[in-house]
Ligand binder design. Structure first.
Ligand code: ADP
Ligand code: ADP
Ligand code: MG
Length: 449
């Protein structure tokens, strides 16, 4: 049984994990950087320890310090949250060696899904549909020309070790290939210390739809339905909803089954997400990548399935067996999340830092807020701009959207720039309401937004 967990993260996700620990009667140990002394996750923890200077590389990413604190404070598990060390196979392996439960999948599953070209080849073998493209990495420029001719332009070049939307380049036609090939390789080498790149067909009109899965340590995988994360800015999600208004039950079932196949292929346990491209023109879907961790937008899945995903991660680590006959994801509820970022939508989403002069979050029936802000708190320039997640649920898409508008209009958050008003504008946009948009929605010249 797990009695004490170290939470190797900060912000809203650290608090969210600590809350579940308390619900389960488990002690929560926090870690913080020097600039995070006054952060709310430190107050929420039963014990908290400083692990280094403000820069993440010297604190929240310091494997040795985090493991040392876990050992000294006698924790039997570590929850990595999202970002930071959550998809670091070496960290997961070290936890294992030190006899600490890593609250996530095996280091092997992280490794296999971490290299995208390898993950893609594994998915092909497991009969999970993938975007047509190269078989693994491109050998040279001629190889790129050859594959691009075969699948047809436009194509996209991707870094094998890429992530966070980096190391990706769209190639419109043959003329643009040579430069794009060299630039992407160079960027991949600089950003990820690995110049391997691969190529696939560029899908122009698609929805980002992902499936939440859970796996136990006995080879059982269940899926909990989809999340539609098509509203993105700069390839980053801002609004997520479930169910997806873009797929019918037959596609939903096929996608859920494909996600289970994907997870089985890497012998997955714990919570994970399989991301798919859903081509609006052909209605085909393709594996994009698997995120081997809890995701930012997991609360909408929790609400419609009436399940605490972090509690499941802990119970799975303790040896809980999942019942595959009880496949979830057939909920009749609707839920939506808006990410509230400290940024200025009128100035190319420039990050904003400052002192919170007023913080009154929304509430009432059907509203959940996950945040770490409080009045007089000074936000820090060193970390991610996500400051709150507002989640609403209801029994139709319209009810959920109306409730979200009500909640965001209620939200009093002063002292920093935020995208609250920008979110409201999207929610009131005609094409959003009619579900007539793709991942380029916010990149297009959209006068209503
Ligand atoms: P990351 O690890 O950076 O999230 P992904 O493989 O998930 O990388 O791709 C990031 C984004 O790039 C996707 O959300 C999507 O918007 C776009 N993208 C990826 N593959 C394709 C493709 N084949 N066609 C069109 N867009 C794509
Ligand atoms: P998801 O794919 O889970 O929706 P994202 O990929 O948008 O989420 O968010 C994960 C990213 O959040 C990480 O790559 C990192 O940049 C950032 N991040 C890491 N830790 C935190 C944190 N404590 N609070 C907010 N953002 C974080
Ligand atoms: Mg992705």
């Amino acid at each position: 049984m797990i009695k004490k967990v170290l939470i190797a993260n900060r912000g809203e996700i650290a608090i969210r994990i600590m809350r579940t620990c308390k619900d389960l009667g488990i002690k929560a140990v926090g870690v913080f950087s020097e600039s995070d002394r006054d952060s709310l996750h430190v107050q929420f923890a039963d014990e908290a320890y400083c692990i280094g200077p403000s820069e993440s590389s010297k604190s929240y990413l310091s494997i040795s310090r985090i493991i040392t604190i876990a050992k000294l404070s006698k924790c039997d598990a570590i929850h990595p949250g999202y970002g930071y060390l959550s998809e670091n196979a070496e960290f997961a392996e070290l936890c294992d060696e030190m006899d600490i439960e890593f609250l996530g999948p095996s280091s092997n599953a992280i490794k296999n899904m971490g290299l995208k070209d390898i993950a893609k080849e594994m998915m092909k073998k497991a009969d999970v549909p993938v975007v047509p493209g190269s078989n693994g990495i491109l050998r040279d420029l001629n190889d790129a020309y050859r594959v691009a001719d075969k699948v047809g332009y436009p194509v996209i070049l991707k870094a094998s070790s890429g992530g966070g939307g980096k190391g990706i380049r769209v190639v419109k036609d043959k003329k643009a290939m040579s430069d794009a090939f060299n630039l992407t390789k160079e960027e991949a080498r600089k950003s990820f210390d690995n110049s391997d790149i691969y190529l696939e067909k560029y899908i122009e009109d698609f929805r980002h739809i992902e499936i939440q899965i859970l796996g136990d340590k006995y080879g059982n995988i269940i899926q909990l339905g989809e999340r539609d994360c098509t509203v993105q800015r700069k390839m980053q999600k801002i609004i997520e909803e479930t169910p997806s208004p873009s797929i019918n039950n037959s596609i939903r079932k096929k996608m859920g089954d494909a996600a289970v196949q994907a997870a089985l292929a890497v012998n997955y346990h714990s919570a994970g997400t399989v991301e798919f491209i859903f081509d609006r023109t052909t209605e085909n879907f393709y594996f994009m990548e698997m995120n081997t961790r809890i995701q930012v937008e997991h609360p909408i899945t929790e609400i419609v399935n009436d399940i605490d995903l972090v509690a499941e991660q802990i119970k799975i680590a303790e040896g809980k067996q999942l019942d595959t006959n009880k496949n979830l994801g057939k909920a009749n509820k609707f839920a939506m999340e808006c990410r509230i970022n400290a940024e200025n939508p009128d100035n190319n989403f420039a990050p904003s830092v400052g002192e919170i002069t007023r913080y009154i979050p929304p509430g009432g029936y059907g509203v959940r807020v996950d945040s770490f802000l409080y009045t007089n708190y000074k936000t820090k320039p060193f970390y991610d701009s996500l400051v709150a997640k507002v989640v609403t649920f209801g029994y139709s898409r319209k009810e959920v959207i109306d409730r979200m508008i009500r909640a965001l209009e209620e939200f009093q958050l002063e002292g920093i720039d935020t995208n609250i008003v920008f979110n409201i504008k999207i929610l009131k946009n005609k094409n959003f309401l009619l579900n007539n948009y793709n991942t380029n929605f916010l990149n297009e010249d959209n006068s209503e937004i």
